[in-house]
Design a protein around this ligand. Structure first.
Ligand code: NAD
Length: 364
């Protein structure tokens, strides 16, 4: 089993446990001195049916009261209504400042539960128990929490670090193929910006990874987490290097948003990675022709499907300005100079961005 990963920020530090069962969860809680009176599992209706019972049993060894607050599944519920309903639940459970929230689920649960924890009574402790591949390698690590407002993604939120993250890689086995595929998008994105060896490993072990064999699966999870943890440790609040994690996201977010979240976050990022690699080539970086075809083939192998609707390039372009990464009306893009190396490119020409959008949209 992969070694644990460690995150350190200016105000806190925490472990990311990478295990293949929940057997050591109680140990992790005790090690973190989280032995309070009340625990609240926040989860969604799908994950609730799969894992709440066993997690509750485990938590009852440590906490006197263990409650579950179940939210509806899906991105369209990552909003303030869900948040308010959770605050009411916490009040109903008499949650206090020692209460610990366990965010059990994918990125939607993690983001909403984390933001709920950051604001309830001005902040109570929470733990991330990610159950999607995307949440394991990305959203559970680094303390970004929040909700959407209308079609604007993550526009209300806070940086609020968990007490620890506990990944049970076997939970990935129950994930539907399209969710697994979306998670692989973030894994591949991370390899593209920081780890050429991981990119090769994914290409060489694609069958075994797609079959979710334990060793390659935990290898890619651990390696991707390690990169994310290192970047967050260097730049918690995204004032510098953390921005490179947004490779593919400026294109991806506008597609996700324009599709009314019909295209998932993970798949939007996959489309966005193609566009961002294309833009990197257009702007003169040494991106070989086969890099684009290799990437498209790899993403397809992991389930990327062609776009079924046409989204007008000018609307996609305009949407980009709603992104949080936009500064003073200028679009900044994360581009790659080669596989494994990323940098920020400020304010490329409108034509280059349009061409990259068109490249993304031509994948139909
Ligand atoms: N905070 C961050 O740094 C960060 C980073 C990346 C993405 N995100 C956010 O993450 C969200 C996407 O997360 P996601 O892709 O995990 O989606 P999700 O949370 O919507 O989960 C996808 C689906 O899988 C189901 N599911 C979860 N675990 C399961 C399991 N083990 N078995 C079977 N079904 C399971 C869920 O019920 C849901 O229906 C987006 O809102 C995105 O903005 C946040």
């Amino acid at each position: 089993m992969a070694a644990n990963v460690y995150v350190q920020t200016p105000l806190t530090e925490y472990q990311i446990y990478i295990k293949n069962s929940y057997d050591e969860l109680a140990f992790a809680i005790q090690t973190t001195n989280l032995c309070g009176y009340t625990a609240v599992i926040i989860t969604d209706e799908i994950v609730d049916r799969l894992y709440t019972f066993s997690i509750r049993e485990l938590l009852l060894r440590i906490f006197t009261n263990v409650y579950a607050a179940v939210i509806p599944a899906g991105e369209t519920n990552k909003n303030h209504e869900t948040l308010i309903a959770l605050y009411h639940k916490l009040q109903e459970f008499h949650a206090d400042r020692q209460t610990v929230i366990f965010a059990l689920g994918g990125g939607v649960v993690g983001d909403v539960a984390g933001f709920c924890a950051s604001t309830y009574m001005r902040g109570i402790p929470y733990v991330q128990l990610p159950t999607t591949l995307l949440a394991c390698v990305d959203s559970s690590v680094g303390g970004k929490t929040g909700v959407d407002l209308g079609n604007s993604k993550n526009i209300i939120g806070a940086f609020y670090q968990p007490q620890f993250v506990y990944i049970n890689t076997s939970a990935i086995q129950s994930l539907p193929p399209e969710q697994f595929s979306a998670g692989m998008g973030e894994v591949i994105k991370t390899a593209l910006i920081r780890d050429a060896e991981l990119y090769e490993y994914i290409r060489d072990n694609r069958e075994a990874i797609r079959n979710r064999e334990e060793t390659p699966l935990s290898t890619v999870i651990a390696r991707t987490c390690r990169i994310k943890a290192k970047i967050v440790t260097a730049d918690e609040k995204e004032t510098g290097v953390r921005a490179i994690l947004n490779f593919g996201h400026t294109f991806g977010h506008s597609l996700e948003s324009l599709s009314g979240f019909g295209i998932s976050h993970g798949h939007s990022v996959m489309h966005g990675c193609r566009a961002a690699m294309y833009l990197s080539k257009l702007l003169g970086y040494d991106i070989k022709d086969h890099y684009l075809s290799d990437l498209t083939e790899l993403l397809e192998f992991f389930g990327l499907s062609r776009l079924s609707s046409e989204y007008p390039p000018d609307l996609l372009y305009d949407k980009m300005f709603e992104d949080k990464k936009t500064k003073n009306g200028e679009l900044n893009f994360v581009l790659i100079t080669d596989i494994g190396f990323a940098q920020i490119y400020k304010n490329p020409t409108k034509k280059a961005v349009f061409d990259a959008i068109q490249y993304m949209m031509d994948y139909r």
